[in-house]
Design a protein around this ligand. Structure first.
Ligand code: G
Ligand code: G
Ligand code: NA
Ligand code: MN
Length: 252
């Protein structure tokens, strides 16, 4: 209960920050983009995981201003990296179901892009499979508008919800992120491998990009390469980084 109230002040009191986890192409070992991940530095309890406070924030509605802050901060950061002369890489932010259902989400995202002068073609929104399962017609309508504006959408934690093939086909999305629960067991459990394999071939059939999350070992990398899933994210390549760590990693 206390956390919930304190969350209301977290944005204003500057207690939130973002880490940026790189995504890699295993063929080149090059970074192909970043995902912004939220952290809450509580003055007393220390770092609180989003797994703990996002459900609270969704219940209270605070998730909306919080994710607006995330979006603004991530776009502004990516714009700074662009201006600093790095190659322009896409940046992904997570959008919760509550936020997705806000009537003015489209206008709000476009306004943030204008304010930060960030290219919509470099913005990706990650929305979980389960969040996309609510109010399907409405989701399609919003995603259509976002797509028209040049924004990409990835289905996050794919394989943990229950989207039908026909719904998947009708959704204007660009990419499936294979949930880490399958990747974790991909080299030891043949069912997990079979599921990953099926998701990869389905993505190909549907013309969707594919990325594996939670890649932690070189055996997993080798197997994913064999399955022709070349985009990965995970501790094997990099943990989520502070902006300063990203800066240092890239001094050329
Ligand atoms: O980074 P970490 O593994 O602690 O993140 C835990 C969970 O919190 C992940 O599922 C991640 O997607 C989620 N998360 C991180 N940042 C955000 C955010 O800004 N919005 C939402 N909705 N989820 C986030
Ligand atoms: O749900 P989502 O896919 O957004 O979750 C992203 C979260 O997963 C991040 O908070 C990040 O800290 C975590 N994560 C990223 N790579 C790995 C990994 O290789 N292993 C594990 N266990 N967690 C990871
Ligand atoms: Na995500
Ligand atoms: Mn995920």
């Amino acid at each position: 209960i206390w956390l919930e109230q304190e969350l209301e002040y977290a944005v204003d009191r500057d207690q939130l920050r973002l880490l940026y986890q790189p995504k890699f192409d295993i063929r080149t070992s090059r970074i192909i983009g970043y995902e912004a991940l939220l952290r809450w530095d509580h003055p007393v309890h220390g770092e609180i995981s989003p797994l703990r406070f996002i459900p609270l924030a969704e219940k209270s509605g605070m998730i909306v201003p919080i994710e607006q802050w995330v979006l603004r901060t991530a776009c502004a950061q990516a714009k700074r990296w662009e201006l600093a002369g790095r190659s322009s890489l896409p940046i992904a932010v997570n959008i919760s179901q509550v936020h997705l259902m806000k009537p003015d989400i489209y206008e709000s995202i476009l306004q943030t892009l204008q304010e930060t002068e960030f290219d919509p073609h470099l913005l990706e929104l990650e929305i979980t499979e389960s969040a996309m399962m609510h109010n399907e017609d409405h989701v399609i309508e919003i995603l259509d508008k976002l797509k028209e504006a040049g924004i990409s959408v990835s289905m996050d934690d794919f394989g943990t919800g229950y989207s039908s093939l026909s719904y998947l086909h009708s959704l204007p999305i660009n990419c499936l992120k294979i949930d880490r629960s399958f990747i974790r067991k991909i080299t030891t459990d043949k069912d997990s491998k079979a599921i990953a394999e099926m998701i990869i071939s389905m993505a190909k059939q549907l013309g969707l990009k594919i990325i594996a999350e939670g890649v932690e070992t070189k055996e997993q990398v080798a197997l994913l390469q064999e399955l022709q899933c070349y985009n990965v994210q995970g501790f094997y390549y990099s943990r989520p980084l502070t902006p300063e760590q990203v800066d240092r990693a890239h001094v050329s």
